[in-house]
Design a protein around this ligand. Structure first.
Ligand code: SAM
Length: 315
């Protein structure tokens, strides 16, 4: 019996089809690869923190699924949007540990696990597959074979999907927690227009294919689409600066450091898109301005980064 467990990171609404097609052909939606100064692999701590918060829901989902299917010979896991770096294998580690623990408690043999790491074609799969030996070493004590591949897969009835996406906290689509990070990027681009480094017309023609739904919209889409039963939905809030953890009483706010941390997080994901439209040459200047504006903004207001997590079963 085969089951698929999946997560997906980004829902996009394409505001301008022509623009989007041109961008897609240039493969600009991928995260920055390892050979870039600000790679996703080295600058994805904010996403790592979000993954950590998602883990209890992931474990509950696996527990519930196993309670219905054990004993089972094979479980398939598809990570949709694995990117590269430490986060690419992190959920797989947690899924394996959870399955093995539950099987031991139930006195069942652990099933074979097939892991499908999925992302866009220009994702930095070289970095992902270079980590496979370490992964195998760390998990050498596993019972049963583990097969890791970078190919597409399909979901079957009863399969589980854990969906994690950037969202907004309220119904109002102009709320700061969904748009303001891009407003600050616009402000930084305008600074470069003022300096003569960027053409105003290029700023006007630039569209970011980014949409952050609120939980009501996500629920409506799941219901309308009709393939899944929704089990659980949770909304998490994180500070923009990954070092600024509300539980860390030792954290001292430094607007320059916070501005730089968040600028690197955004650059690791958005640089290919920006470089393809404005050229590589402006990227350092742009993110220097961005870090400044983010730092100034955070010293006045602490806007949260919102993540919506849903656990669903394929009907
Ligand atoms: C913000 S990153 C999240 C990466 C990783 N899962 C993590 O938690 O750090 C989103 C990933 O989704 C990928 N992605 C976006 N659209 C996709 C699509 N249509 N199919 C597959 N992957 C996609 C991007 O290339 C990127 O690697």
């Amino acid at each position: 019996m085969h089951f698929i467990f999946a997560r997906l990171y980004k829902m996009s609404r394409l505001h301008d089809i022509h623009q989007a097609k041109a961008m897609a052909s240039a493969n600009v939606f991928c995260m920055n690869p390892r050979d870039k100064d600000i790679s996703y692999a080295d600058h994805s701590t904010l996403q790592r923190n979000i993954l950590l918060k998602t883990m209890p829901i992931l474990k509950d989902t696996i527990k519930d699924m196993l309670s219905k299917i054990l004993p089972v010979t094979c479980i398939k896991v598809a990570d949709l949007g694995c990117a590269s770096g430490p986060n690419a294998f992190f959920p797989t580690y947690e899924i394996m540990d959870t399955i093995i623990r539950i099987c031991q408690q139930s006195h069942c043999e652990s099933p074979e696990l097939q892991v499908f790491l999925n992302d866009l074609p220009y994702n930095d799969f070289n970095t992902v597959f270079r980590s496979v030996p370490d992964f195998k070493k760390d998990k050498g004590d596993l019972r049963g074979p583990c097969f890791i591949a970078g190919v597409p897969e399909e979901m079957i009835d009863g399969g589980r999907m854990l969906l994690s996406l950037t969202g907004r906290s309220i119904i109002d689509p102009t709320s700061n927690d969904c748009c303001f990070l891009w407003d600050l990027l616009t402000k930084s681009l305008i600074d470069l227009v003022d300096k003569g480094l960027v053409q105003e017309s290029d700023v006007d023609s630039f569209n970011i294919p980014f949409y952050t739904p609120c939980k009501e919209e996500v629920m409506e889409i799941i219901e309308k689409e009709g393939s899944f039963n929704l089990h659980k939905m949770k909304v998490f809030e994180d500070n923009w600066d990954f070092e600024d953890n509300d539980h860390d009483t030792n954290f001292v706010f430094d607007k320059n450091k916070s501005g730089q941390n968040f600028a690197k997080t955004i650059r690791a994901g958005a640089e290919p898109m920006l470089a393809s439209h404005f050229g590589e040459i402006i990227i350092d200047d742009l993110f220097t301005r961005y870090a400044y504006h983010v730092g100034e903004y955070l010293s006045r207001e602490k806007t949260k980064y919102i993540t919506i997590v849903v656990s669903m079963t394929m009907k």
